[in-house]
Design a protein around this ligand. Structure first.
Ligand code: F6R
Length: 608
């Protein structure tokens, strides 16, 4: 999704801004631009296309200046053209704005501003901000920004520069993340820490309603009432290496291969093998609060929602609590029943997904305690939740989520143990699961060794246009996840279904041209899945089975077998997903797709 970078200090701003934009490329974008205070005024450059294009343009005709703002845009209002790219300027080109989020009353504001004589150049909602600031009363840029924002309904993370106040960047946040990077006589602005990590590890996350003023000498943050606020300075824990390719051709492959480490990160210091339980201090749940829980509601989107579906099996089985798994985007608009004892769990890699955040807020407003299962430390969901579990999977840069999924399932298993043991999960069962969890990193490495086999398979199937993914029980969410991975990066149509549902419609699609991927580890429903395979085979379908080592009894039914190591049935999704991620990856590479930047997709969906 859109990315913001800003700089004010003593060094040349352009290379810093461009490098910051490059680091944000993974979020997905279609156009890019910069505005730099060049000592005489503002100079703006922008184009549709890649940051490299902007870099080439600035190499040809450099802009000198030590402060500025920059942006990668993911089109919402108006086509992805150079004109609609940010920064946007006012009538006299004395103010430039970059903005993430959506101005909901943009049409009304624009009409009023046009009636007042303002000339608009673009179709974007953001341009209204530049004109509002131009129109606003106030002696300093921050006063004018604050006055302008009092008319705005919607969400924004934004940075502003003005021609008549060189060496100053003003930043504001409402619903769209922005952080400040703190350096020595220099300050940075970014929508995501990866853009500033090269320069500083000390960051300040702005809260909703905050407005910050940055100059080379200092920065200060004010709340919505213009009172100066002290905000905590946080330390970014990861290294620059973590956001580099490290010899891999794509971040997606790197992150698939990092899953053993990601899972180790999620487990570190949390498993108590002897007691068969998980230590999760971050939940902030007392034993009394725990015993008051009577149901769990999981809210999430996309891959995180799939992890939530696995989580339902884990929590229901381990803790014997009823679990509902909701699409955050649907849940947030449904009437909420205030049911005492509800524990809401928001799952999000980025911690910034707008729908998940709003669903979590709605649950909180209805009286539920809310937990966040989040990867990005300091993200909004993490900060607004009553407690939670950080995934510690390391930064996930590839747009298609991979290692976060494994870590989310592991975190949900830990939550299941934590809630389950005091609710009667026997010690031996707790110990067994804890021991199985501890083995997972090694088993994932074994599953990764399937790569050469999967690559061959991808060669055979890369030209197919449709795929069906089927699974039962805990493997149904894996089928959904396998299908999602394939469609989002290779643009092949793929659907995931509960294997037995196939008879109720999708079976009509089956013929020799429809590869069917069965997620079939050896578990309680394995024999049922074999019957579903028979149904596909009887109609001439080609079967690819992801199964457990040693399960040879599907014999001639299966055209291709990908065997993962055995584990506890509840944890099998962590292993069965691996070959499906690899399959999607290799199919996409063979089809010439941009794996890390699939068309139309954004890494962090911060708009509704
Ligand atoms: C798919 C994918 C998305 C995200 C979804 C939620 O590969 O990455 O479906 O899972 O946008 O994102 P988070 O987990 O950041 O809330």
């Amino acid at each position: 999704m859109c990315g913001i970078v800003g700089y004010v200090g003593r060094r040349q701003a352009a290379p810093i801004l461009l490098e910051g934009l490059r680091r944000l490329e993974y979020r997905g974008y279609d156009s890019a631009g910069v505005a730099i205070q060049n000592g005489r005024g503002l100079e703006v450059r922008k184009l549709a296309g890649r940051v490299q294009g902007l870099r080439d343009e600035l190499a040809q005709a450099p802009i000198a200046g030590t402060s500025g703002i920059a942006h990668t845009r993911w089109a919402t209002h108006g086509a992805p053209t150079a004109r609609n790219a940010h920064p946007h300027v006012d009538c006299t080109e004395a103010i430039a704005v970059v903005h993430n989020g959506i101005i909901e009353n943009a049409d009304a504001l624009r009409a009023a501003l046009e009636r007042g004589g303002h000339r608009f150049r673009t179709e974007t909602d953001t341009e209204t901000l530049a004109h509002l600031i131009e129109e606003a009363a106030g002696t300093t840029l921050e006063e004018r920004v604050a006055a302008a924002l009092s008319h705005v309904v919607g969400t924004y993370g934004m940075a502003v520069v003005a021609a008549n106040e060189p060496g100053k960047v003003v930043v504001a946040r409402q619903g769209s993340p922005v952080l400040l990077g703190l350096g020595e006589n220099e300050f940075f602005v970014a929508s995501d820490a990866s853009a500033v990590l090269e320069h500083t590890r000390s960051v300040v996350y702005l809260d909703d309603g905050d407005l910050a003023v940055l100059t080379p000498e200092s920065y200060h943050v004010m709340d919505a009432n213009a009172h100066v606020q002290l905000r905590d300075v946080s330390d970014i824990a990861w290294d620059l290496d973590a956001i580099d390719l490290g010899g891999y051709p794509h971040f997606m492959l790197k992150e698939i291969c990092e899953q053993p480490e990601a899972v180790k990160g999620t487990l570190r210091g949390r498993l108590m093998l002897e007691e068969g339980v998980a230590r999760l201090d971050g939940l902030n749940l007392t034993p009394e609060a725990c015993s008051g829980i009577s149901r769990v509601v999981i809210v999430a989107c996309g891959t995180s929602w799939h992890a939530g579906l696995v989580g339902r099996h884990l929590i229901e089985e381990l803790a014997r609590l009823p679990v509902a798994v909701e699409y955050a985007s649907e849940y947030r608009y449904r009437p909420r029943l205030t049911i005492p004892g509800t524990l809401t769990v928001a799952i999000s890699q980025s911690g910034e997904t707008a729908d998940t955040l709003e669903a979590m807020r709605a649950a909180k407003a209805a009286g539920s305690r809310v937990l966040g299962l989040v990867n990005v430390v300091g993200s909004t969901i993490a900060r607004e939740a009553d407690g939670g579990i950080y995934l510690h999977a390391g930064p996930e840069i590839g747009v298609a989520s991979t290692k976060a999924f494994a870590s989310q399932i592991v975190a949900l298993a830990l939550l299941g143990l934590f809630l389950g043991r005091p609710r009667g999960l026997p010690l031996a069962a707790g110990q067994e699961l804890a021991c199985r969890l501890a083995q997972l990193p090694r088993l994932i490495s074994l599953a990764l060794a399937l790569e050469p086999q999967v690559r061959e398979l991808a060669r055979e199937y890369a030209e197919r246009r449709n795929f069906l993914y089927l699974g039962r029980g805990v493997s149904f969410p894996v089928a959904l996840e396998g299908a999602l991975k394939l469609k989002e990066i290779s643009y092949i149509h793929a659907e995931g279904y509960p294997a037995a549902e196939m008879k109720h419609g999708p079976i009509a699609l089956i013929d020799a041209d429809m590869p069917v991927v069965f997620v079939a580890p050896r578990d309680a429903v394995y024999s049922k899945v074999l019957s579903n395979m028979q149904e596909v085979k009887a109609r001439g379908g080609r079967i690819i089975a992801v199964t457990t080592e040693g399960s040879a009894d599907h014999g001639a039914l299966v055209d291709h077998r990908l065997c993962v190591p055995a584990t506890a049935p509840l944890l099998s999704p962590v292993l069965t997903t691996v070959p499906l991620q690899l399959l999607a990856y290799h199919m996409a590479v063979l089809r010439g797709c941009d794996v890390d930047r699939p068309r139309n997709l954004a890494k962090s969906v911060t708009v509704e």
